[in-house]
Design a protein around this ligand. Structure first.
Ligand code: ATP
Length: 430
């Protein structure tokens, strides 16, 4: 096919139901333009004669139902056309979900709650995006529930979140993330604190259900839940827990028959478990690549994304003005636990952190929890279940002066004083 070309564009004629897949080389960017026909990128339609820019490392598929001509400019690592895609199956899945929404509308019931599962690198996030964009294009208002703490599409890594989808994903930037509901988890894998992970899943389910009770459109729209690629042991149990917390109606299993059979066996019979193939276009991502994506996500939070630049603030925060906690004490053998205490208690415990030099570069969540309500037993529980109102990064610590310098999206003072520490670090190179 068409090779790499530095400056002049390469044209691709796509027949109907085929897709052009390309990857952008590191340090490069690629422009995509639709010259004729109709095409979409992960469920979002392309405008004709508009240049879309994709940054280094992007892995994109331009799919056409009807046939089209597109042009790529810039250095691609690969660029090829494939006629072997599962898009028709994905579209049928969307059609089935839409039927459920129509029925929900008629019978005054709730719309489909869908959980998307599968191992890493099978295109879970992409399928979620596709289904949500198709639904919103039909005027629905579905909710995206993001439980992938490693590669969140909504907020910074180390969080779980929910987002009402009001328009299709932007071709270049994905879903607009104004006002998501975000909870602090604190690390990039559920395994570091599975109790907390399950608890946050329950929290999100409860908030979503409450919203459905007062918002008919949200209820009919249902939700699409993106999960982590960890599908064994406690990871599997977390999926089962999620299915029950959200009372899901449909589970889409990507590419793993074993997982499909296990879920069919373990979930109630009225849950529709569907096995779907993964797209051959989904590219495996290395550990380093995932780390870069996470880093980029945090950078975006502070500095914005291409067109929109943010100007974060740097200021000093006195240790005495904040309370920093880590959620979960290191686990201790059962035999050493104080009488009447269980492992659950230690995993959900708020452990005060004494500020020191080792805080440097850590990402901290600013909890929405009431500063007053804190301290008492009731207040403490409240912190876990409170959403996060933003994030800061510690850029320096002065133990002598008892202050730390932070990078913050908003000027001082901090809106709240309860901070939760993440395992995740961010080195601000700007
Ligand atoms: P994770 O393991 O992080 O949960 P995932 O299963 O959610 O991954 P995605 O993030 O959806 O996988 O996809 C992985 C990568 O493959 C993404 O960069 C995505 O843009 C790309 N991708 C998905 N589908 C295609 C396709 N058909 N052609 C080319 N690239 C694709």
């Amino acid at each position: 096919g068409a090779g790499t070309s530095a400056s002049s564009g390469v044209r691709f004629e796509l027949e109907k139901e085929t897709e052009l897949r390309f990857e952008v080389e590191s340090g490069e960017k690629v422009q995509l333009e639709l010259l004729s026909g109709l095409a979409e990128v992960f469920g979002s339609e392309l405008n004709r004669n508009k240049k879309y820019t994709f940054g280094p490392g992007s892995k994109i598929a331009v799919f056409t139902w009807q046939g089209c001509t597109v042009c790529l400019t810039g250095k691609t690592e690969v660029a090829y056309v494939s006629r072997d895609t599962p898009m028709l199956l994905y579209l049928n899945t969307h059609a089935a979900l839409e039927q459920m929404r129509q029925q929900a509308e008629r019978d005054n019931e709730r719309g489909p709650r869908v959980m998307v599962v599968g191992p890493t690198d099978v295109g879970k996030s992409t399928v979620c995006r596709l289904l949500l964009s198709y639904a919103v294009r039909l005027g629905r208002r579905p909710t995206l529930v993001e439980l992938d703490v490693g590669q969140s599409g909504v907020s910074v890594p180390g969080t779980v979140s929910a987002l009402c989808i009001e328009r299709p994903a932007d071709v270049e930037e994905g879903f607009s993330v104004q006002a998501p509901l975000v909870y602090h988890f604190g690390s990039t894998t559920p395994g570091t604190n599975i109790k907390l992970y399950n608890k946050l899943t329950s929290c999100l389910a409860e908030v979503f259900s409450q919203r459905c009770e007062v918002n008919r459109k949200a209820s009919v729209g249902g939700c699409v839940i993106n999960t982590c690629g960890w599908v064994k042991g406690s990871g599997y149990q977390a999926l089962v827990h999620c299915a029950s917390a959200f009372e899901v109606d449909v589970v889409l299993v990507l590419d793993q028959e074993r997982l499909y059979n296990e879920l069919k066996r373990d979930l109630p019979h009225f849950v529709k478990v569907v096995l779907l193939p993964k797209s051959g276009g989904v590219v495996e991502r290395s550990k380093a690549c995932r780390r870069d994506t996470r880093d980029e996500k945090i950078r975006e939070y502070f500095y914005g994304f291409r067109g929109v630049s943010f100007y974060p603030h740097a200021f000093d925060v006195r240790f005495s003005d904040v309370r920093i906690y880590k959620i979960g004490a290191p686990s201790i053998p059962d035999s050493c636990l104080p009488l009447g205490m269980s492992q659950d208690d230690t995993q959900l415990k708020l452990v005060p952190v004494t500020p020191g030099r080792d805080l440097t570069h850590h990402v901290l969540s600013v909890s929405c929890a009431d500063d007053e309500g804190e301290g008492g037993a009731g207040g403490r529980r409240g912190v876990l279940e409170s959403p996060v109102c933003g994030f800061i990064v510690v850029t320096a610590v002065d133990t002598q002066a008892q202050v730390m310098t932070v990078l913050s999206p908003a000027p001082r003072p901090l809106p709240r004083h309860t901070l939760l520490i993440m395992d995740i670090r961010f080195i601000d190179l700007k």
